[in-house]
Design a protein around this ligand. Structure first.
Ligand SMILES: [Ca+2]
Length: 326
């Protein structure tokens, strides 16, 4: 009898344990998936969604989108860029390439969240309380932004959405390697869609179709990972110092650029530029206090803009997570 009671007690405890587990797993989450759950530190902290999830969640999948609320009805979408490796730079045979784009080298990256679009003027204003842009429009990319301004935005955005100590909510500029990896989205061609300048019209605002202005984000096609305007519209700051010869000595794992320098990296070309400057591998740099490129006045520019020197203004997009090791 005592043995039976003991057995019943054990069964009751087991039943309680099972029901407690079922409650904590939540709807739609089978016990078979528990193996996918990750601890609060390490990988889970790296991949946790930045949009307000308070506990470790399932690891995101490529193209997953999370949304950060900036207040006042303004939001920012972030796309999950999965961990992986790629060939960074361009081969000697690539049309229009520069020596600084080589040698082509293997880079391995942790996964990270990247803004789906260039930071818009309404997003910038929601965080910084001002809008320095030349071409005004709430949904247009913010521009006339220096590297110093862009990194300041990242700090203030991190403060604004809270939990600055969590990697999942610590915003920063992408590294140059993260930027090119995300731009290529698995491609090894001049552009994310192929090699031909002709295809650029579907994916980018550039000198050939922009009508001499920036355009609202999201009007052209995204690349295969769901990111918009990695080619064209506005130049995008990266976090790295620009190293003309850095590719010859780059770290393989999560490289973060030259250890020092005078210029910060800009990528992707702009509304003003030729297709060759919008290529995935094209590299450019300028001083961290500069907010745009004063374009040299040639005869064509004179015809387009008169005597004034046009400014090809800089913008950016943010990332969070990633860079767990080198
Ligand atoms: Ca761009």
């Amino acid at each position: 009898m005592k043995k039976t009671l003991h057995k019943q007690g054990v069964l009751l405890a087991l039943a309680l344990l099972v029901s407690l587990c079922a409650m904590s797993c939540g709807p739609g989450e089978s016990s078979g998936k528990k193996g996918d759950q990750q601890p609060a530190t390490g990988k889970a902290a790296q991949t946790a969604k930045p949009g307000g999830i308070e506990k470790p969640s399932e690891a995101p999948k490529p193209r997953d989108v999370d949304t950060v609320d900036l207040g006042g009805g303004v939001k920012m979408d972030l796309v999950w860029v999965p961990a992986g490796s790629f060939q960074m730079g361009s081969p000697d045979s690539e049309q229009g390439r520069n020596d600084s784009e080589g040698p082509v080298h293997t880079v391995e990256l942790d996964g990270f969240w990247m803004a789906k679009y260039e930071v818009t003027q309404e997003q910038y204003e929601a965080v910084m309380g001002k809008n320095p842009s030349n071409f005004k429009g709430a949904k247009n990319p913010v521009e006339m932004v220096s590297w110093n301004d862009a990194t300041d935005f990242c700090r203030k955005l991190t403060d604004k959405v809270g939990r600055a100590s969590s990697p999942a909510k610590s915003f920063r500029l992408p590294t140059e390697a993260e930027w090119e990896y995300a731009c290529r989205a698995g491609s090894s061609t001049r552009f994310c869609f192929g090699d031909s300048d002709n295809g650029l019209d579907e994916y980018a605002w550039y000198g050939g179709n922009s009508d001499n202005t920036t355009h609202p984000v999201g009007e052209k096609k995204p690349n295969d990972w769901g990111l918009y305007a990695m080619h064209g519209n506005v130049w995008e700051w990266c976090g790295d110092w620009y190293g003309e010869k850095y590719y010859g000595s780059s770290d393989r794992k999560n490289p973060q650029g030259a250890s020092s320098g005078e210029l910060r990296v800009l990528r992707g070309g702009s509304w003003f530029r030729d297709p060759g400057d919008c290529r995935s591998a094209f590299r450019f740099g300028n001083g961290p206090a500069r907010a745009g490129d004063e374009v040299r006045v040639g005869i064509v520019t004179m015809l387009l803009f008169g005597n004034s020197t046009p400014v090809d203004p800089y913008g950016f997009r943010v990332v969070c997570g990633g860079l767990s090791s080198r």
